[in-house]
Design a protein around this ligand. Structure first.
Ligand code: ZN
Length: 315
């Protein structure tokens, strides 16, 4: 099974420079970042020291209330972790050239580098960081790719943060293709948070033709496009032809059933799927391969519904 990605909190978010510690702006921002519900980003071992220093120099009550200050420490201290034994290799050179502090402490870059290294070599790292800290150059660097470091800049709780995290989960699953299609099923909520899967969505996985590794990549890609784009594509385009063209442009051939199939009521009933108490007809399908392997789905106002993943349904 894939290794769960590590979510790491950039020290820039919680260790201020002496100047910023006196600014309300810094603390308001920090409060918004640590109130993240289930999206628990960890505090690296090297940043913990910074938190200790902070506790010794609590800013004036006019900057942040005593209550808020202790709430911040109470939320951050339990998130610390021990350094992993196998140090992660990162592209230190590019982190150094691309990163600069905004309101944070001058040592935050060193802390950040060591914290990333301390996450160990196995998991993908989702770094919860600030847009302003990075010089967003596109880099053609293998060391950057190998470091498997994803920068997530959307504030927690925001839907774009959830979708960005979903992409990290997909990469984590790609790391472990041996886990096979069952891993996609097991982590479907993490990888595709906007999709609803029917009670029988995964029942026919073993009927897919072709090699498991091909099916793994194409299934991840197709479900990813349905998760990331289908609601927008459906909202922006009314006609079947335009929806098809947009999906095709995203590398996912898709179509609704033919008029012929529509005339066959028995066949159409096979497109009705149970989602808990709700029945949804899923007649659109993406084509993992031209001749076989289909994802039957429906896009409604309430979301994207995946009826089944199967070689084909009778027409
Ligand atoms: Zn690099």
């Amino acid at each position: 099974m894939p290794v769960e990605p590590v979510q790491l909190l950039d020290p820039e978010i919680f260790i201020p420079s002496t100047e910023s510690a006196a600014k309300r702006e810094f603390w308001v921002r920090l409060l918004s970042w640590i109130d993240d519900g289930d999206e628990l980003a960890l505090v690296g071992p090297n940043s913990l020291e910074g938190l200790h220093e902070l506790a010794d120099q609590r800013p004036d009550e006019s900057v942040i209330s005593q209550n808020d200050f202790w709430t911040i420490l109470q939320k951050l201290v339990p998130r610390t972790f021990y350094p992993a034994q196998d140090q992660r290799s990162i592209c230190e050179r590019h982190v150094r050239t691309d990163y600069s502090s905004a309101l944070g402490h001058g040592e935050n870059l060193e802390r950040l580098i060591k914290d990333i290294q301390a996450t160990g070599d196995q998991p993908q790292v989702a770094l919860r960081t600030l847009e302003d800290c990075w010089n967003w150059q596109s880099r053609d660097c293998q060391d950057c790719v190998r470091s498997r470091l994803h920068k997530l800049t959307a504030p927690p709780g925001h839907s774009t943060a959830l979708n960005a995290m979903a992409k990290v989960w997909r990469s984590a699953c790609m790391d472990d293709q041996d886990a096979g299609l069952k891993a996609i099923q097991a982590f479907s909520q993490e990888m595709f948070p906007n999709l609803h899967f029917s009670d029988s969505a995964w029942k026919h996985l073993n009927r897919l033709s072709g090699s498991p590794s091909d099916n793994f990549s194409s299934l991840t890609h197709h479900l990813g496009v349905l998760n990331d784009h289908a609601p927008r594509v459906w909202a922006e385009n009314v006609t079947t032809r335009r929806r098809q063209a947009e999906m095709q442009g995203l590398g996912v051939p898709a179509s609704p059933d033919s008029p012929q199939t529509h005339k066959n009521s028995k066949a159409m009933q096979r497109r009705d799927f149970q989602f808990g108490q709700v029945m949804v007809r899923c007649e659109w399908h993406t084509k993992l391969r031209p001749d076989t392997n289909r994802i039957y789905f429906a896009v409604l106002d309430s979301g994207v519904y995946i009826g089944t993943i199967v070689d084909h349904l009778p027409t």
